[in-house]
Design a protein around this ligand. Structure first.
Ligand SMILES: [Zn+2]
Length: 274
């Protein structure tokens, strides 16, 4: 899946988890700020697994540093689509986000500042801005300048408001895995344990696309990364994410799901047929 598409699915996943699903389940959803900012953070986190590739969005995000860092991550994690594309990798990213949240500085007038969460979010939102081409033509630093206000907000308002950061990072990274699993190539979900299928399985059509001879798993219904099918799938997903973020930002209303989603959820709760 392409960088921008990973970011869009990450944002949509956060809108679903923080707003639509809690509403459908009758739970109290995240604050509008948590929905909108979390969606951008989650969009950036959905790019993290490709930090193992030297030509990914992340690798080009902040030259000259990002390229060598990604090359290093690729080496440590065993190459592209290895360690960072596994449950273990998702856990590692989540733990890093959680650890970043522990880094706080107390300033007399402002109180406790969540420097770690702020910095981590700055990086992720800059990744998202770059992948989604928010700062097109603005040069290398434009995505970073765009994400700065949000990062400052996170620094000042955390830790009370930003407890969700590790969850957003974990969900974003996991959604990346799911996205890649829908394209040819598959994902080693259980890395470093990558069991290979028996010979009869490997020679059976369809089956050998889902559990591939190299042990990778997936359901490659989208075909190759960047296919027409991938683009078609991403149109409604992107629209859903945009509506969720805009509605949360603009109205500050607690439930940010689009009206029709809310109505459907309401009917579901009440058990009425639609
Ligand atoms: Zn990937």
């Amino acid at each position: 899946m392409m960088g921008g598409h990973h970011a869009a699915t990450g944002a949509a996943a956060w809108v679903t988890v923080s707003a639509t699903a809690p509403y459908a389940l009758g739970l109290y959803p995240a604050s509008p700020l948590g929905v909108a900012a979390g969606a951008l953070v989650c969009a950036g986190a959905a790019l993290l697994p490709d930090a193992d590739h030297h030509s990914s969005t992340i690798a080009h995000a902040l030259p000259p540093f990002s390229g060598p860092i990604c090359r290093g991550i690729g080496k440590i994690s065993g190459g592209h689509r290895h360690g960072t594309h596994s449950i273990l990798g998702v856990l590692a990213f989540t733990v890093i986000a959680w650890a970043a949240g522990l880094l706080t500085v107390t300033v007399p007038e402002l109180g406790e500042l969540a420097v770690g969460s702020g910095l981590f979010s700055l990086i992720l939102v800059a990744f998202a801005a770059k992948a989604l081409k928010f700062a097109r033509g603005g040069g290398t630093l434009a995505p970073w300048l765009l994400s700065l206000p949000l990062a400052v907000g996170i620094t000042v308002f955390a830790p009370t408001e930003w407890y969700w950061l590790p969850a957003a990072v974990g969900i974003g990274a996991f959604v990346h895995l799911l996205g890649d699993a829908l394209t040819t190539g598959g994902v080693p979900f259980l890395w470093p344990w990558v069991p290979k299928p028996p010979r009869w399985w490997a020679s059976t059509p369809v089956l050998n696309r889902c559990w591939q001879p190299n042990g990778y798993l997936g359901a490659p219904i989208l075909g190759n990364a960047g296919s027409v099918r991938e683009w078609i799938l991403l149109v409604p997903i992107s629209l859903y994410a945009i509506v969720g973020i805009v509605e949360a930002t603009a109205t500050g209303v607690v439930g940010v799901a689009p009206g029709w989603v809310m109505e459907a959820a309401q009917r579901l709760i009440e058990g009425r047929p639609s």
